[in-house]
Ligand binder design. Structure first.
Ligand code: BGC
Length: 753
């Protein structure tokens, strides 16, 4: 029977009433775990196996086959199945026609927005503003839940040191603290204040764990991570997500130190369950159970299922090794019924917590909120705060729309509505994007914008349009060149060996710089690109990542001075691929290079006799510093740091101290500054990083005003895993408060014995 659309809300309410009366024995206030336990007691083995299976919509031949599967309890979750009517229909079958009336949990990748698309997560991290990121995830959840999605496979929390890796776009960069604060914000935003709110969707901390350390940045590649790096860096954001109540965790694709992460008892059982007490459920990544065979860790799919179940992967995504083999594995005693019960209990508990048993349906009116003007305004704000200004010679920026007669808009990303949405964006639509060209025309008027794309797309090598682009530049007062990468050049399976601007972009930039006109580069990319030459050739540079639906207006706001740029880099920018990995919390080495101790390649005399060239840790061509340090970013105003003060020069072994500094807006713009606190533990039982971020604040300071920024540093903040235990060791520490990882006011303190 097909209901007329206008009656759908009525149907929705009726169905909810019917369901709650069917479940009258179990009040919503019942504890989710005990309800799950009760349900478990009624389940057959087939019912249980069904709950442990998540199937993609593409698995089914047609709608009838899908309905039959749901009716028979063949799967507990669907992936990539959306739409109000479709979801309400399939949930009705699950609730009313399956034996036990267990609702489905419907999942999808909602990574940085649903229809309102926010900057890629790496861009959001560049905002250093968890509050706006939380709101972005809230908005994504409101939109996604209106289409029946109750589970997002986000946040992606893989720390990486490798910009070649395409999935760097999806994560929060290189720093464990910044990523941890973002993790908390993202989980809280998705899951909302109350899990039973219809707009709450389960979050999923992925990819657990170490996936971002893929060798050479080649996706899916092997990872070797020492336990100190694992615990002091890689696991940190996952722990933060768990502390924030994340309902699910996704095991990853990668082989970690010889044991694939979807069969890794150490990370899944020992750390996640035993040490952290995680009580949600673990889902595999797409096919990562059956890929245990390809890894050479399981002889066949049956063995793979046993290994994943033994390690604690509760639900299998996309492949069917569990469904096909659990019974035989139980018969052969390769797995136990207790393990199956544990997995199903975790899955059901999440479904109860989400209120799915009370209301698995979608309110047809909820979709009216999609692309709400307030959501778009928020996307614009996030895109603004995510943009990092890397150069601004002679105050080239901002441009005065009334003070210049015309501007040239050039480049493959100036009017690329799909590309600006970035990777992992299934539901955002190019037609909703407002491009930089559109936004600049809105401000300057069509006639004062000399547009010439120059290159059709980022990889375009043709110089056919160079002359037209140069001509457009010549007749304009300033050049805005929108460079970068198409969205498809970053993301899953989209790793690069070279991280330069693709195609003939650099050549065109070089041609444009010869015109002598102020050259402003805006880079829209999914990764930190090696843009040393382009930085040198430009007068100003804004790094805008892939900024989402509202990237255009957000950039125009910054370009024309509605607001000052305020983002800061969440990753170190390298000079070239040969510097990778280069992260700010590296170790000092026994032979650190300094300004005077390294030898540039061109200064070596020809036929130099065998000599040391300093015998220091550097590269002859790149030197010993990156292109730009972590935490870097400029503003239209200037901030002056002063009066670093510690409440005490000594911290008790379990104590704390406060660190304060004054930050004065010494320029002429009201603006935000991201104030950063770094620490160095000078000597440890294992060597310690040269700097570690221990706190940050984004604060607005009006021109001429001074803010006092205060951080509390506890002994627990200084704890680290030394290979045996997590300890805070007594000794001397350096502390800095500054604008990035390279600069800052310095002091020191001691942790007493
Ligand atoms: C990705 C996951 C994603 C899943 C479902 C996999 O290929 O690695 O991040 O959540 O697909 O789309």
């Amino acid at each position: 029977m097909k209901f007329p659309e206008r009656l759908l809300p009525v149907l929705y309410v009726l169905l909810s009433l019917i369901i709650s009366s069917c479940n009258s024995g179990e009040s919503a206030s019942d504890d989710a775990e005990s309800r799950a336990e009760k349900m478990l007691g009624q389940m057959t083995l087939d019912d249980k196996i069904g709950q442990m299976s998540q199937l993609d919509i593409g698995y089914f031949r047609d709608a009838e086959q899908l309905k039959k599967a749901v009716r028979e309890g063949r799967c507990g979750s669907l992936l990539n199945f959306t739409g109000v009517d479709q979801v309400n229909d399939i949930q009705r079958i699950a609730m009313e026609e399956s034996r036990l009336g267990i609702p489905l949990i419907i999942g999808r990748d909602v990574i940085h927005g649903y229809r309102t698309v926010f900057p890629i997560p790496l861009g959001m991290a560049a905002s250093w503003n968890p509050a706006i990121v939380k709101e972005a995830f809230r908005i994504s959840a409101i939109e996604a839940s209106s289409q029946g999605i109750k589970w997002t496979f986000a946040p992606m929390l893989d720390i990486t040191w490798d910009p070649r890796w395409g999935r760097i776009a999806e994560g929060c960069g290189e720093d464990p603290l910044l990523a941890s604060t973002m993790a908390k914000a993202m989980v809280e935003g998705a899951q909302g204040d109350s899990l039973t709110d219809p707009t709450a969707i389960a979050a999923c901390a992925k990819h657990y764990v170490g996936y971002g350390f893929a060798e050479a940045g080649r996706d899916y590649n092997t990872t070797y991570i020492s336990e100190p790096v694992l615990r002091n860096v890689v696991l940190k954001p996952f722990k933060a997500a768990c502390d924030a109540g994340v309902l699910t965790v996704m095991s990853a694709f990668n082989d970690l130190n010889g044991v694939p992460t979807s069969a890794n008892e150490f990370t899944l059982k020992q750390i996640l369950r035993n040490e952290w007490g995680f009580d949600g459920f673990v889902v595999s990544d797409w096919g990562s159970v059956t890929e245990l065979v390809d890894h050479g860790y399981a002889v066949d799919e049956k063995d793979a299922a046993a290994k994943a179940i033994n390690a604690g992967v509760d639900m299998e995504m996309a492949s069917t090794a569990y469904y096909d083999n659990i019974k035989a594995l139980l018969d052969e005693k390769k797995i136990t019924m207790d393990q199956i019960d544990d997995a199903v209990r975790y899955i059901l508990t999440v479904k109860y917590r989400l209120g799915l048993f009370e209301n698995p349906y979608v309110d047809p009116q909820a979709e009216e909120k999609i692309l709400d003007p307030a959501f778009l305004e928020h996307a614009r704000k996030v895109a603004r705060q995510s943009t990092v200004m890397l150069k601004n010679e002679k105050n080239t920026l901002p441009l005065s729309a009334s003070g210049i007669s015309s501007v040239a808009v050039i480049g493959p990303l100036a009017d690329a509505p799909r590309d600006q949405l970035g990777t992992w964006c299934f539901d955002g639509r190019a037609e909703n994007s407002v491009t930089p060209l559109r936004a600049i025309r809105d401000i300057m008027g069509e006639k004062r914008v000399n547009y010439s794309e120059g290159l059709r797309y980022s990889r375009d090598k043709s110089k056919a349009q160079f002359a037209a682009a140069v001509a457009a530049a010549r007749k304009s007062d300033a050049i805005l060149f929108f460079a970068g990468e198409e969205w498809i050049l970053s993301g899953e399976g989209q790793s690069r060996g070279r991280i330069d601007l693709p195609g003939a972009q650099s050549e065109l930039i070089s041609e444009l710089s010869k015109t002598g006109k102020p050259l402003i580069l805006v880079v829209m990319a999914g990764r930190p690109l090696a843009i040393g030459d382009e930085l040198a050739a430009s007068d100003a540079l804004l790094y805008a990542w892939h900024g989402g639906t509202m990237a255009g207006p957000a950039l125009a706001d910054l370009i024309f001075g509605e607001e000052s740029p305020s983002g800061k880099l969440p990753v170190t920018f390298v000079k070239g691929e040969g510097q990778i990995p280069f992260y700010y919390y590296r170790k000092n080495t026994g032979r650190p290079a300094t300004k005077g101790s390294w030898t540039p390649i061109d200064s070596i005399p020809v036929e130099n006799p065998q000599s040391s060239l300093g015998y220091r840790s550097f590269q002859l061509d790149y030197g010993y510093t990156p292109l730009l340090p972590f935490g870097y970013g400029l503003s239209y105003t200037t901030f002056t740091y002063s009066d670093l003060n510690l409440s005490s020069q000594t911290m008790a072994p379990e104590g704390s101290l406060t660190v304060t500094a004054k930050v004065t807006n010494s320029g002429t713009w009201d603006a935000d500054e991201i104030v950063q606190l770094y620490v160095r533990d000078r000597v440890g039982s294992i060597t310690r990083p040269i700097k570690e971020l221990k706190g940050y604040r984004r604060i607005n300071i009006k021109k001429g005003e001074t803010a006092t920024v205060e951080f509390t540093l506890t002994a627990a903040d200084l704890a680290f895993f030394n290979g045996r235990e997590t300890v805070t060791e007594p000794g001397e520490f350096d502390v800095w408060i500054g604008p990035n990882s390279d600069e800052g006011l310095h002091s020191e303190f001691v942790i007493a014995d």
